[in-house]
Design a protein around this ligand. Structure first.
Ligand code: GLY
Ligand code: MN
Ligand code: MN
Length: 432
């Protein structure tokens, strides 16, 4: 359950209704239970947009928000037999009372009732393109509603992603408290595992230590599959095999964050498994650290959200040029994007209910500008694959440094700063 008061969700709905044209409705669906195999399911995780506006954590639900502010929930009828197997269900009356809906209906009646509820409206808003099955349902409900009365205007189907995404982008104080807690749990996990990591452990050993730390801290689930990549596995951005031995002299890149109150943290550290960076590892690390610091400094109220990207490309390119891994003038490196040989992802992403928060970076060709209480990850990296045309001693080094950054009135706050970022501080922590 949530730490956010239920009135909060109702107020969000009322506020959002003000952004809708008159005589309109917003329809959102919940997540469904997903089969893992045969009749066994993955743990249920509510859809973040649906959760943001309802706080309701059951599958098979649909929310209708009218521009008048009225809100309606379709959900599962209470079923005592099913509750004996799968646990508590709110049912129609419970959902209405506890989640402050004006009306609730049985989800089994959705196909029959939704066309009558939307008949005669001007606009139907939804998050188009995220769930094809639901998109198809919207179209069939609309076409049924349109055909109910020959002389009425057809309903317009409109995408609401940017409007809702902009709301989610600016976190309330309550959300920031949950994010601080999520960051604190993940940061403590990184600190405790770094203190206990030893040469010869497997990636899997470390993964289990992280997951245990998350649970001890009060987070049941990671916010994404942890990446625990020893040696050159670090150059594979989405490495999740996590099953190799980490040998003396190797670094390990761990990208692991947790979920608290459904809010994500997302932290990466790359540390030497034997507690001491080699000369080459430290050289690359310092370039990444410098780019990280420059990108953080680009987070300023009023600045474009793409500024950290530009800063990171410039800083990493200069650093790689200084140690002879990139050649030519800085302008040429940037113009031809030669840095992409070693830096092939973006500097970061919005963070919130989703680890890659479902919020826009630009709207109608205009970049989003930082505002107070937005949260973005800053995560530059350098990855030197075997195929790179460089001296052998650099090959197999993969380093990323990732922190979760809150935009503030005066600049920024690093929410994950308790985990050291500097190589000396990491070595000192590993010795302690
Ligand atoms: N952990 C996923 C990411 O850093 O984007
Ligand atoms: Mn990230
Ligand atoms: Mn990450």
């Amino acid at each position: 359950m949530t730490d956010i008061n239920i009135n909060f969700f109702k107020n969000r709905r009322l506020n959002l209704a003000k952004d809708m044209e008159d005589n309109s409705v917003l329809l959102l669906n919940s997540s469904s239970t997903i089969l893992r195999n045969n009749d066994t399911t993955f743990p249920f995780r509510q859809d973040s947009n649906f959760y943001y506006l309802t706080g309701f954590e059951e599958p098979d639900s649909i929310m209708l928000l009218m521009s008048s502010g009225e809100s309606i929930l379709f959900c599962r009828e209470k079923n005592p037999d099913l509750e004996k197997w799968d646990g508590f269900m709110f049912g129609l009356e419970g959902a209405k009372q506890e989640f402050h809906f004006d009306k609730t209906f049985d989800i089994k009646l959705a196909d029959e009732l939704i066309p009558t509820l939307i008949q005669g409206l001007s606009n139907l808003y939804s998050l188009i393109g995220k769930d094809t099955l639901f998109d198809n349902k919207l179209i069939s409900w609309m076409s049924k509603a349109n055909s109910m009365e020959r002389h009425q205007e057809n309903i317009n189907l409109k995408d609401f992603s940017n409007t809702l995404g902009m709301k989610r982008l600016i976190k309330s104080n309550e959300e920031i408290e949950l994010m601080r807690k999520s960051c604190e749990i993940a940061a403590n996990a990184h600190i405790n595992v770094m203190k206990n990591a030893k040469s010869g452990m497997t990636e899997f050993d470390l993964e289990s230590m992280y997951l245990n730390e998350f649970k001890k801290g009060g987070s049941r689930f990671p916010s994404y599959n942890p990446i625990v990549a020893g040696g050159k596995n670090a150059c594979v951005l989405h490495y999740i095999d996590n099953n190799k031995t980490i040998n003396d002299g190797d670094m390990v890149l761990v990208d692991a964050g947790c979920e608290y109150g459904l809010y994500a943290s997302d932290i990466t550290r790359t540390f030497p498994i034997n507690g001491k960076y080699s000369f080459e590892q430290r050289e690359i690390y310092n370039i990444v650290l410098e780019a990280h610091n420059k990108a953080c400094q680009a987070i300023k109220v009023g600045a474009s959200c793409l500024e950290p990207q530009i800063e990171s490309e410039t800083s990493l390119s200069q650093g790689l040029k200084d140690i002879g891994l990139l050649h030519g003038s800085l302008d040429e490196i940037l113009e031809k994007k030669l840095f992409r040989e070693f830096y092939y992802h973006k500097i970061g992403h919005w963070l919130g209910l989703d680890v890659h928060d479902d919020c826009p970076y630009s709207i109608n060709g205009e970049d989003i500008k930082f505002q107070e209480n937005m949260v973005m990850t800053i995560e530059p990296g350098i990855y030197i694959n075997d195929s790179a045309d460089v001296d052998e001693r650099w090959k197999g080094i993969g380093i990323r440094l990732e922190n979760d950054i809150l935009a503030t009135k005066l600049g920024y706050e690093n929410l994950t700063k308790t985990v050291p970022s500097e190589p000396d501080a990491i070595e000192a922590l590993m010795k302690s």
